[in-house]
Design a protein around this ligand. Sequence first.
Ligand code: 13P
Ligand code: ZN
Length: 273
Amino acid sequence: MKAEKSKAVQGFIRMCDDGWNAGWHERNGGNLTYRMTAEDVSVCRDDFCCGGEWKDMGVTAKNLADEFFLTTGSGKYFRNVKASPDENIGIIEISPNAEKYRIVWGLSGGGMPTSEFPSHFLNHSARLKVTGGNSRVIYHAHTPDIIALTYILPLTDKAFSRVLWQCATECPVVFPQGVGVVEWMVPGGANIAHASMKLMEKYEAVVWAHHGLFCAGADFDETFGLMHTIEKAAGIYLRILSSGKNIKQTITEQNLCDVAAAFGVEINKENLN
Ligand code: 13P
Ligand code: ZN
């Protein structure tokens, strides 16, 4: 089968398009990666071109040796993925020592994987470990309302988790651990990748101050849904603040615990008072 027509690639393309339509991907902003299943790989394999050059990733994680990832291209626009997948996204193979990658499909015309691949890679490694292999998607978006909150809230996991949980009743059910926060750092390298990975061992969502949000999940629906839920909660908080009125009532800590218990999830008490 042509890789482009496979279920994995089609799901990936749809998610890029959904992110573009949500307004989270100005220019080349944001990136998406998917750790392929053995079945995804076998469906696409006929279309792979091997023998490409192995390139250093600058990070390593032994539990991702020999894996295949779908990735958006560096400098590529989410807006263009649907119209021209082969140029804007690609499949890469990780080397047996988990230090290098090579392109086996797509990114035609000299494209490269996203510059945030080190962060995606280490986040995949962390989530694979804590979910027993269930987690497959890492998604980075430039979500404007979360970015706005990083200018006015303390840059702590607790401050962000509480505000977001309290902005919509479903939030503690969707992300009961809360969210982690990485202070402002230079993007695109190993340092921010390691800082993110540490938080991804605990959280499915990590805020990058003044930059955007990373989300992890088992599949495209779940990961897009998490991004959407968190960004929407941030938007609600900004609406509350911009109303100019004082907050008269909110979802209390007891309410947060009650809704979590009713839905059978364990809320992270570290992010409560
Ligand atoms: P890429 O175009 O390399 O994916 O970078 C976009 C981005 O959002 C950097 O953080
Ligand atoms: Zn970014």
